[in-house]
Design a protein around this ligand. Structure first.
Ligand code: URA
Length: 270
């Protein structure tokens, strides 16, 4: 392949991915240098590439990304058929909460109640989550946005397959780019492993601070047990509470007024 052909294929993939995600995925922000595979003699037989200068054509462009909103991402999720989960869903569950949240809470995927309503964490685990967040002055209508790794319910509430999580990752990345949360709280193994790109278990990931890479910036991320795990196993409640206290301690140190009413922004339920 010539460098020109590779560039054309790359640009095509970038356009398709951007269309699917609603913004340019970070993997496509830095354009690689392409080189010819073929012998120089063979290249000379092809039509010489156009030399018209197109400055910054593949540079990250703030303008290109400004078009995507939580609403347009939710629309794309609603019509998404990127994996098998679209066949069994009743509703997609993009997420809900406020713009520019202090905390983005990320779970695994919708369950039965979420699939019925199109809203995240509204079943038993969701009720417990709301209590956990309230205990550290956080909430989905005040200073949080709640989303999941996958936006459609896995049948029988099974763990999402790696290909399903991968098919949905562009949507989550787009949401994080738009929301720019100050902190991320990852709930459970699936969320922690997918966000941190690791296969380590939740017992070794929880309670520690990590950096979630968002292009040029990083977002502090802490993982803890999923509320469903706490409902199944009471003994996990104490370590989860320790994690939440550590989470609050860092937030309050860095944003002392994070729970004050003026921090509350217009709610945008999607
Ligand atoms: N469990 C999750 O991980 N997410 C939800 O939205 C509900 C239950």
């Amino acid at each position: 392949m010539t460098a020109e052909e590779k560039k054309t294929a790359y640009d095509f993939l970038k356009t398709v991915s951007s269309w699917c995600c609603g913004y340019t995925p970070p993997e496509f922000l830095a354009s690689p240098e392409f080189e010819d595979d073929t012998e120089p003699e063979l290249i000379q037989e092809t039509t010489p590439p156009e030399t018209t200068a197109q400055p910054n054509q593949s540079e990250p462009s703030a303008e290109k990304e400004q078009g995507a909103t939580l609403g347009t991402i939710a629309d794309k999720i609603a019509s998404c058929q990127n994996c098998m989960l679209c066949r069994t869903r009743t509703n997609t569950v993009p997420g809900e909460g406020i713009q520019a949240p202090v905390v983005m809470v990320i779970g695994e995927g919708p369950g039965e109640d979420e699939d019925k309503t199109g809203r995240p964490f509204v079943g038993k685990a969701g009720q417990l989550l709301d209590k956990m967040l309230a205990a550290i002055s956080l909430g989905r209508t005040s200073n949080c946005y709640i989303a999941n790794i996958v936006k459609c319910r896995p049948p029988m509430n099974r763990t999402p397959m790696p290909d399903e999580a991968a098919a949905c990752s562009g949507f989550l990345q787009a949401q994080i780019h738009i929301l720019k949360p100050r902190y991320i709280l990852a709930l459970g193994r699936t969320a922690a492993q997918n966000l941190l790109n690791t296969e380590q278990g939740i017992n070794s990931l929880r309670g520690k601070w990590f950096d979630y890479n968002l292009g040029a910036r990083t977002i502090p991320l802490l993982a803890t047990y999923h509320p469903s795990a706490l409902l199944r196993n009471e003994s996990l409640k104490r370590p989860a509470w320790e994690d939440l206290k550590a989470f609050k301690a860092r937030i309050i140190k860095e944003i002392p007024d994070y729970a004050e009413p003026f921090y509350v922004q217009q709610s945008s339920i999607h």
